[in-house]
Ligand binder design. Structure first.
Ligand code: 13P
Length: 251
């Protein structure tokens, strides 16, 4: 069956000193053999530092974004999937709502990014989620379905088997307003049902993470839901004690 995954998205936070401290504290507080997969996503300029700092630990490292183009060349400011794989990344986040909202990423681009990641052996965490206005209009499931549509049309059945989906309601990100376990479970079950239309076995193996104000205090009840397979954690992942408590809640 699917194993849980707890991912820490550090966003654009930290400097070499604070990241060095966070890595050291994480190593001290996380179990040596955790019963859950763990990954962290530092700002890309600190990837090398974190990869070295966490080598030999069970924590995998990923980038918060990846270029949607297949080969290197004239793409100023971008980082390719092959470069991330080359330095030792295992995962990439694609389609975070902050990138969709602030940098205009479309669901088609997100699907291309996921494809480039997979072609280089990286696991994409594909983020989806509705805004508060969309939820109030009753459009949540429609929005999620539209965000995932290009994923289904762009990735092969084999590639779909490897991805992770993260449901992050925009209104719950960084607001302290977590989706209730029932609200989250409803959307997670819907996402799994979308995948089961493709293939029942694929849907059963798909890991669907919840993100949006996850903390040690609410992680247990969220992760206890049938279709929640771990979390994508923002703010709380910058605190080693809090993050390791969330990892333990997912074990
Ligand atoms: P917070 O946990 O800070 O709400 O952020 C969630 C998130 O956006 C993770 O990608």
């Amino acid at each position: 069956m699917r194993s849980n995954l707890v991912a820490g998205n550090w966003k654009m936070c930290g400097d070499s000193a604070s990241i060095g401290k966070l890595v050291a504290e994480m190593k001290a507080s996380l179990p040596a053999e955790p019963g859950v997969d763990i990954a962290v996503f530092p700002p890309s300029v600190y990837l090398a530092q974190v990869l070295v700092g966490l080598s030999g630990s069970p924590v995998a490292v990923g980038n918060q974004n990846v270029c949607d183009q297949p080969s290197e060349g004239a793409y100023t400011g971008e980082v390719s999937a092959s470069m991330l794989a080359d330095v030792g990344c295992r995962y990439v986040i694609v389609g975070h709502s902050e990138r969709r909202a602030m940098y205009g990423e479309t669901s088609e681009q997100v699907a291309q990014k996921a494809k480039q990641a997979l072609l280089q052996g990286l696991i994409p965490l594909v983020c989806v989620g509705e805004t508060e206005a969309q939820r109030d209009e009753g459009a949540t499931l429609e929005v999620i379905s539209a965000q995932l549509k290009p994923i289904f049309s762009t990735l092969s059945a084999e590639q779909l088997r490897l991805i992770v989906v993260a449901y992050e309601p925009v209104w719950a990100i960084g607001t302290g307003k977590t989706a209730s376990p029932d609200q989250a479970q409803e959307v997670h079950a819907f996402i799994r049902a979308l995948f089961s239309k493709k293939d029942e076995l694929l849907a059963k193996g798909l890991r669907i993470l919840y993100g949006g104000s996850v903390k040690a205090a609410n992680a247990g009840e969220l992760f206890a839901q049938a279709d929640i397979d771990g979390g994508l954690v923002g703010g709380a992942s910058l605190d080693a004690q809090e993050f390791s408590a969330i990892c333990r809640a997912a074990e």
